[in-house]
Design a protein around this ligand. Structure first.
Ligand code: ADP
Length: 627
């Protein structure tokens, strides 16, 4: 056993974080207590779970968290009967917080301008919050199952020391020496030594902590002052209480603690199932999109599973499908075994039932919100619609319950619309729900393909979320109306139009062939169309062909995609098309005819928001055209 004290530096990132934390959090300095209490509570949970497998670790009595104050020394100590830390654990857990994503934290703080409290909440600065109020922190810890205790000490200035210590029982004591008041402090950190201050902070942040949080309080008894232990937290988990008795602020506070998110939730679903399958669920739809929603490693459910108020598993994957992974909350089931493993859960019929219920109740709640509070719903959809739509893509929408919730941008107006609303507005005899896909509404609004639909008075949806390309593959129709691309060739020709077009195509066969060969490799074919009135040309997708948008998305995801060849549709009445035909007639395949062919393609690409293969050449051609 080492008897000398060892000094080691903090990781550089930790030191940098420290100063950021202190500066961005100082207004909410009291959170240090919440963080330390949470750590103590986690340590008690860990000990209980490990204790199920290893009797040497188990705690025979009820575990507690104690807050002890020494006014003379200006110290406040948080003491627990938890799992404790070995020497190595002290060094790694408290010496670096790389595990909690330090780098990402620092970067986002810099981006967001250092003050966003929700960011801080999402990462949980934890133990480091101690240095908001302390100039020295001493941690004495003994790992459950071991006889050795260690003392970790740091002034938060870049290094820490570890030395052997004594401790009668396993657990951890974190002692903070509160620093003197500085100019930047509104209040003296020593105010936290007051009983009422501690009481208030514990109530505000840690009331639902399952373990008792105790403090020695002074009381008048028969004319004498006596000190006794008092439990500060109510310990009664919110979900076990009756819905009617819970105030909205209580739900919000619970959510904040659970999700470390200061934005109140957009929706609360609190339900109790009784009968053969007994459980309580308290679920939240967040009020804002978390930063890691689309992060591969975080794309997992965030619902914790409890059995009779005892936490069994955080982020239980089997309670909700991945397309509801933005939902946070807890499920407390009555009849599951305490030591249930992940593998067993997957097979468990009860869990599957709960899963089904929860999905239904959440979708019902969203539907009710859509009907009763459109503005709030629109925000929820903007944040989480892309995730919900994954449900359509993965085949969870047989009954249309997700597609009925979807909102899409549309030519109808500035507000997004449901498909049912679209269908209700459709023109008599309109054959399909039309849509265009692309990166941005603004670009799609200028699409030449819209000309025809404007003339016909038919609405077109703008699908601007990448996942929409897959959504429309799965969602072939809605309320009996097929979904169809508005840029697919010839869908809407009348027989007279078709005849006229074919006549034109025959008449100008040679010019069209010359155009196809000049633009070989970029288009599949060229032909006339009656759709366009203002634009000279547009690119249409052929049945089964890849859309320009999908091609763009796949390339952005670094996938190898064959360059899709589309149909160049020409407006026979447009001056640019006429010039091309004249040039061809005067001298087939002349340089002028070739230039005009490139111009026709270039403007069609620009109109749909696609990149030009050779922008320099295009701009020269354009300049020459006007010269
Ligand atoms: P976080 O809680 O977000 O992981 P912290 O900086 O608060 O980050 O704590 C770092 C780690 O130190 C914890 O994950 C835990 O392993 C350990 N730790 C902190 N406090 C205690 C404690 N009271 N008992 C046991 N381990 C603790």
């Amino acid at each position: 056993m080492t008897t000398t004290t060892e000094t080691r530096p903090f990781q550089a990132e930790a030191a940098e974080l420290l100063s950021l934390v202190v500066h961005s959090l100082y207004k909410q300095r009291e959170v240090f207590l919440r963080e330390l209490v949470s750590n103590a509570s986690d340590a008690l949970d860990k000990r209980r779970i490990e204790g199920l497998k290893d009797a040497r670790v188990a705690l025979e009595r009820e575990g507690a968290i104690r807050i002890e104050v020494d006014r003379a020394r200006r110290t406040i100590a948080i003491d627990d009967d938890g799992i404790g830390m070995s020497r190595e654990e002290l060094a790694t857990n408290l010496g670096t917080i790389a595990r909690s994503g330090t780098r990402a934290f620092l970067d986002s703080l810099r981006r967001e301008g250092q003050t966003a409290p929700s960011l801080i909440g999402q990462f949980g600065v934890g133990f480091y919050a101690s240095f908001l109020v302390a100039d020295e922190v001493v941690v004495v810890s003994r790992r459950a199952g071991s006889d050795e205790a260690w003392r970790w000490r740091s002034d938060g200035q870049g290094s820490f020391t570890i030395e052997p210590a004594e401790r009668a029982e396993p657990g951890t004591t974190v002692t903070l020496r509160l620093r003197a008041q500085q100019e930047s402090d509104d209040e003296d950190p020593a105010d936290f030594l007051e009983e009422h201050a501690i009481r208030e902070v514990v109530r505000r942040w840690s009331d639902f902590v399952e373990h008792p949080i105790r403090m020695q309080v002074e009381r008048e008894q028969d004319g004498q002052r006596v000190r006794e232990w008092e439990t500060l937290n109510s310990r009664r988990p919110l979900w076990t209480r009756k819905k009617e008795e819970i105030r909205r602020e209580e739900y919000d506070a619970f959510y904040t603690r659970l999700a470390h998110d200061w934005t109140p939730p957009a929706e609360v679903v609190h339900l109790r199932a009784e009968g053969t399958l007994e459980y309580t669920a308290l679920l939240f739809v967040p009020g804002q999109r978390p930063m890691d929603l689309f992060d591969g490693t975080q794309g997992r459910s965030r619902v914790s599973l409890y059995v009779r108020r005892v936490l069994i598993m955080e982020d239980c994957q089997d309670l909700l499908p991945p397309w509801l992974r933005f939902v946070r909350g807890v499920v407390d089931a009555s009849d599951l075994p305490l030591n249930v493993s992940r593998e067993v859960l997957q097979q468990n019929a009860q869990v599957r039932q709960i899963h089904k219920h929860l999905v239904k109740r959440l979708l019902d709640a969203l539907r009710a919100m859509l009907e009763s509070d459109r503005a709030r719903y629109a925000r929820v959809w903007a944040d989480f619609g892309p995730v919900l739509k994954e449900g359509i893509v993965t085949g969870a929408d047989e009954d249309g319950r997700i597609s009925k919730l979807a909102l899409f941008e549309t030519t109808h107006g500035a507000e997004p619309s449901t498909l049912s609303e679209y269908v209700a507005r459709k023109r008599e005899g309109q054959p399909a729900i039309w849509y265009l896909t692309g990166a941005e509404r603004r670009v799609l609004e200028g699409s030449p393909h819209l000309e025809l639909f404007r003339r016909r008075g038919e609405e077109v949806l703008f699908l601007v979320d990448p996942v929409d390309e897959w959504v429309v593959e799965h969602l072939r129709e809605f309320e009996g109306l097929p979904l169809r691309r508005a840029d697919r060739a010839q869908d809407l020709e009348s027989s007279a139009e078709k005849e006229a077009r074919e006549q034109l195509d025959r008449e100008h066969r040679a010019a069209l062939e010359a155009l196809e060969s000049e633009l070989a490799g970029q288009i599949a074919s060229a032909r006339f169309t009656a759709r366009l009135k203002d634009s000279p040309a547009a690119l249409a997708t052929e049945e089964g062909g890849l859309s320009a948008n999908l091609e763009r998305i796949l390339r952005a995801a670094r996938q190898d995609v064959p360059k899709s060849k589309r149909v160049l549709e020409l407006n026979p009445d447009h001056a640019l098309v006429k010039r091309y035909l004249e040039a061809q007639a005067a001298e087939p395949r002349s340089a002028r005819a070739q230039d005009l062919a490139q111009l026709l393609l270039g403007q069609a690409l620009l109109a749909e928001g696609s990149p030009l293969p050779d922008p320099a050449r295009f701009s020269k051609l354009l300049a020459r055209l006007y010269a």
